[in-house]
Design a protein around this ligand. Structure first.
Ligand code: NAP
Length: 287
């Protein structure tokens, strides 16, 4: 039987959190607790779950989480005013506006109201630009998690034919840019792509970011390909047909316990870095 690797997201997430502990303690000695403010607009149950999970993860690691829950009929102006208030709050180091917001809100304007140094989820236009140019701010957490998993398992990206299925601003586009910056040869596919199956079948690395359960099929996969499933759909299933795709893959992420836990760990990591950066004069470290 061939040697196959299941890329274990829980293991990678634990590794990231272990490395963060001493940094959090060092901040604590100076009276600083990294704080993530999460903003939830409306009552979407999935979004509520995601926000709760992020808050719990903060608590477990010793970070503070400030939950702001706003009514679904809030205006863009009022939401932005609240974000500006959090930008000014010295106790808040990171701000996360849970996506998606109700359709009457201008999500792009709201995202872009987040101060760059507090944009720990990498959602601002500026943050995206900086990620594209490899300038050190915070990339979106799921793309960062994907790269973290690739690095943890020492998977080679250079010159690899890499196909990203999906081009959303928080996932497909930034991860494609980050893979390109690491010298992968990247093809981005989307809903208007023709012969998707044919394109995927030539990939050394496939990143699925579609939002459709079991969308990527086993017979599309090249023998020995690496498969990263960023999808998370109702019923705890990914965008990849794991059972089928695993047959030909040399390495594959499961769902659950793949990219998901690493995404949360990256959010914690970004919040700790944000706290260190914003208090560097107090804690006397060079970032
Ligand atoms: P999204 O904004 O809905 O984007 C989906 C992308 O898939 C779009 O670019 C769309 O193309 C493309 N697509 C849709 N149907 C397609 C088709 N038939 N063929 C090829 N491409 C197609 O979704 P998202 O926010 O990027 O999320 C994608 C998945 O990742 C979801 O399952 C989500 O739950 C998951 N996710 C997971 C995490 C995590 O922490 N693990 C975080 C964020 C998202 P067009 O641009 O042409 O419409």
């Amino acid at each position: 039987m061939k040697n196959q690797l299941i890329l274990d997201g829980k293991k990678v997430a634990n590794h990231i959190k272990e490395l963060l502990s001493s940094r959090i303690n060092k901040l604590g000695e100076k009276g600083i607790t990294p704080c993530l403010a999460t903003i939830l607009v409306g009552d979407d149950p999935a979004s509520e779950t995601y926000v709760r999970m992020k808050g719990n993860a903060c608590k477990k690691l010793g970070l503070e989480s400030l939950k702001v829950h706003l009514p679904s009929n809030i205006t863009t102006e009022d939401l932005i005013a609240l974000i500006h208030k959090l930008n000014r709050d010295e106790k808040v180091h990171g701000i996360l506006l849970q996506h998606p917001v109700p359709s009457h809100i201008d999500e792009r304007l709201a995202f872009d109201a987040i101060a760059l140094e507090k944009d720990v989820d990498g959602v601002t236009t500026n943050g995206f630009g900086q990620t594209a140019f490899q300038l050190g701010t915070f990339p979106s957490c799921t793309p960062a998690a994907i790269l973290e998993m690739i690095d943890y398992y020492n998977l080679n990206l250079e010159g690899k034919n890499t196909v990203v299925v999906g081009r959303s601003p928080i996932l497909g586009k930034p991860v494609a840019m980050m893979l390109l910056n690491r010298n992968a040869t990247v093809t981005i596919c989307h809903s208007k792509t023709k012969q998707l199956e044919d394109i995927v079948s030539k990939a050394d690395i496939v990143v699925a970011a579609v939002g459709k359960p079991h969308f990527i099929k086993g017979d599309w996969i090249k023998e020995g390909a690496v498969i990263i499933d960023a999808g998370y759909n109702k019923g705890n299933v990914g965008d990849v047909d794991f059972i089928q795709c695993k047959v030909r893959a040399s390495a594959i992420t499961p769902v659950p316990a793949g990219v998901g836990p690493v995404t949360i760990a990256m959010l914690l990591k970004h919040t700790v870095i944000a706290a260190e950066t914003q208090t560097r004069n107090l804690i006397g470290i060079t970032i």
